[in-house]
Ligand binder design. Structure first.
Ligand SMILES: O=C(O)C(=O)C[C@H](O)[C@H](O)CO
Length: 331
């Protein structure tokens, strides 16, 4: 059954009673977890995934997606190192477990050196916003946790494509069978080369290439509007991604955040003061046939907030709820 667009609370690693209460208080009925801190050095057990799903259900919440397994579960896959087939086997096991448990989406990115930021800058009212400047990054400065194996660099984009294709060919049939969708997150920052390693998901046409390689409804996007807005041409990418991937139901879910500026230099911001117009984008999502969930992803660090960002996330969720309500009335 097709649902309506809805909002999830997420980007936490742990499902605590407090966060679930917070979700309910905000009027949110969906949850997402990012790299949940479950036991396991290379794989997750069925029982642990089942417990996450059950805890959500017992609290009247639906666990929509798990975004990312830990990088240590698939670093060899991304880097094409010996041991990648074993990692693929484990990845397939997780997909099968998720299918059995009934968690419908598993997110992934393909950035061996993960997310980079070069500073935090004061935004509206002094709220701290993370920022990226390629000129600074050229000196190897990354203020976000560095997840790469820095000994191994893959400077060749074609090699990274080979690694992604190898991964897709192995996991897509398993995902199809399990009824789980694999949602790809764009590169952040979206740049062709960072710290000596090539990236492949930094421009619109490359997502179309991945779509063709996967050639399956089990592949889709974790459409991070923030990353698309960071790309050269900013808001135009956001619209193009929605218009291309929405009608074929390739958008599994949306990270609804924005930045000011585009590559090579940008800064995160509150919704409504970035490169794109949030209402216009939400309307385009609806018109494209998107019926998945939206979530805030990153938020500025506002005064007296928690590390996870309760205050700023409440603002972002409220903003999205208001837009959704208005859209229902107007469209
Ligand atoms: O940088 C972003 O836009 C992110 O959302 C980073 C997240 O950790 C995401 O899970 C990367 O796959």
């Amino acid at each position: 059954m097709k649902q309506n667009m809805r909002i999830a609370l997420g980007q936490m690693q742990e499902l605590t009673p407090e966060t679930m209460t917070f979700a309910k208080q905000l009027g949110v009925t969906s949850m997402q977890l990012n790299t949940p801190n479950l036991p396991g050095e290379s794989c997750w057990a069925y029982e642990d995934l089942y417990a996450l799903k059950k805890t959500c259900e017992d609290n009247g919440l639906f666990l929509e997606s798990i975004e990312n397994v830990p990088i240590r579960f698939y670093d060899k896959i991304m880097l094409g190192l010996p041991g990648r087939d074993e990692q693929i086997e484990n990845y397939c096991t997780i997909i099968r477990h998720m299918g059995k448990v009934g968690i419908p989406i598993l997110g992934h990115h393909f950035m061996p050196n993960f997310v980079w930021r070069t500073s935090s800058e004061p935004g509206r009212g002094g709220a701290l916003c993370t920022a990226f400047d390629l000129a600074v990054a050229a000196n190897g400065i990354n203020q976000v946790k560095y997840a790469a194996n820095r000994e191994v660099r893959i400077p060749d984009e074609a090699v990274m494509w080979d690694h992604y294709e190898y991964f897709l060919k192995a996991v897509i049939p398993v995902a199809e069978q399990a009824g789980v969708r694999l949602a790809l997150h764009p590169d952040d920052p979206p740049v062709a080369m960072l710290d000596g390693t090539a990236r492949i998901f930094y421009k619109v046409e490359n997502f179309k290439k991945a779509e063709a390689l996967a050639n399956s409804d089990a592949w889709g996007l974790n459409l991070c509007l923030g990353c698309c807005s960071e790309m050269v041409y900013g808001a135009a990418n956001v619209m193009e991604m929605i218009q291309h991937f929405g009608p074929s139901n390739k958008i599994c879910y949306v990270h609804f955040r924005d930045v000011q500026g585009t590559m090579p230099k940008f800064q995160e911001c509150f919704l409504g003061e970035g490169n794109y117009h949030p209402a216009e984008v939400l309307r385009e999502l609806k018109r494209s046939g998107f019926t998945g969930f939206l979530m805030d992803d990153h938020v500025p660090n506002v005064i007296n907030d928690s590390a996870w960002g309760h205050r700023a996330r409440a603002h972002a969720v409220g903003y999205m709820q208001g837009l959704l309500n208005a859209l229902e009335l107007l469209e």
